[in-house]
Design a binder for this molecule. Structure first.
Ligand code: GLU
Length: 324
């Protein structure tokens, strides 16, 4: 056969295969495409989701290609799972609990098709204020312009709950802005907002960035108000921001934190989620390299603070490993 004949023969063969419904060699190799709903490009979810996408792509027994989508984050991500628009998602454990149980912002719209895969690292509620604003406590936010978190964020829920613990409502602020995390950082640097809330892992790019100018400080969330907050919403734990985590932050600052976690849509095959989970734990080094906060993921702690039932695929994996 001449090369030309060979091409014609191949085209005919592929056409025939398509007609009889047999998979072409290309289809047989095609990877299943899934979406991981992540979060802010300047946060921690996004680089972590990128690392997971690379890990699962390489995994030989997992014919999967995961695309990473940025989003407002936790609340938006739970809704993406609920609406069938994402297969996997990162979100806060408090928000996952509300979504699963149909409480708080998920009243009458529970997200039942979501199973836990692992919890990862503490996400600290960073309340960042400009030094010129004179804000020393969340109660000083009264009458101020405050970025309370992007639309669809878990941050917004944390901001509202913390304000409430200090006796404030959104209406007590001069203005509550729901802008992107990167925009909020810029607004802080320019003094267009007095303060901003960010629920994000320690060392999140957005927080490092706001501290570069030397014109901001962390506001502690402590005292009887923080205790009342933890009592009312048990997902919060007291967690310190160690001294010198951010430029010019010389003292340790106490705040509250929730946990970041990974979920999978319930209708994903058990085997797929089993292999996905296994692939991540088989390549923890690459996962850990994605961000300092990622180093918290270990087999031993993978179920700490897990607020919802596990996906059967993840459950199978942990059973096999003897993790309770
Ligand atoms: N925890 C944040 C939120 O849901 C997102 C943080 C991130 O993207 O790293 O509001």
């Amino acid at each position: 056969m001449t090369p030309r004949h060979r091409i014609v023969a191949l085209v005919l063969l592929l056409g025939l295969a398509a007609l009889v419904g047999a998979p072409t060699p290309i289809e047989a190799q095609a990877k299943r495409l899934v979406t991981i709903a992540s979060g802010w490009v300047v946060g921690v979810y996004y680089p972590l989701a990128g690392a997971m996408s690379r890990i699962v792509y390489k995994a030989k027994d997992l014919n999967l290609r995961a695309t990473v989508e940025s989003s407002g984050a936790s609340v938006a991500n739970a809704k993406l799972i609920g609406g069938g628009e994402a297969e996997f998602a990162l979100l806060q454990n408090d928000i996952a609990y509300y979504a699963h149980n149909g409480t708080e912002m998920f009243k009458d719209q529970a997200v039942k098709n979501m199973g836990g895969v692992f919890t990862i690292y503490p996400e600290l509620i960073h309340v960042v204020a400009t030094t010129t604003s004179g804000i020393r406590s969340p109660k000083d936010l009264k009458g101020k312009t405050v970025a309370i978190g992007p639309l669809g964020s878990g941050t917004e829920a944390n901001a509202v709950q913390i304000l409430e613990a200090y006796g404030l409502k959104l209406g007590d602020l001069r203005k509550a802005e729901r802008i992107g995390a990167g925009e909020a950082a810029d607004a802080l640097k320019d003094g267009r907002v007095d303060a901003a809330f960010f629920t994000v892992g320690l060392g999140g790019a957005v927080i490092i960035d706001t501290f570069v100018t030397g014109k901001v400080a962390l506001v502690p969330v402590t005292g009887t108000e923080a205790e009342a907050l933890k009592k009312r919403y048990p997902f919060y734990t007291t967690t310190p921001v160690p001294a010198n985590t951010y430029k010019g932050q010389e003292q340790e600052v106490s705040t509250v934190a929730v946990m970041a976690m990974m979920v999978a849509r319930s209708d994903l095959p058990e085997d797929l989620v089993y292999r996905f989970t296994k692939a991540i734990f088989d390549d923890l080094a690459q996962f850990h390299a994605a961000h300092a906060a990622a180093k918290h993921l270990t087999l031993k702690t993978a179920l700490d603070g897990m607020p919802i039932p596990l996906h059967p695929g993840a459950e199978k994996f942990y059973k096999e490993k003897g993790v309770k």
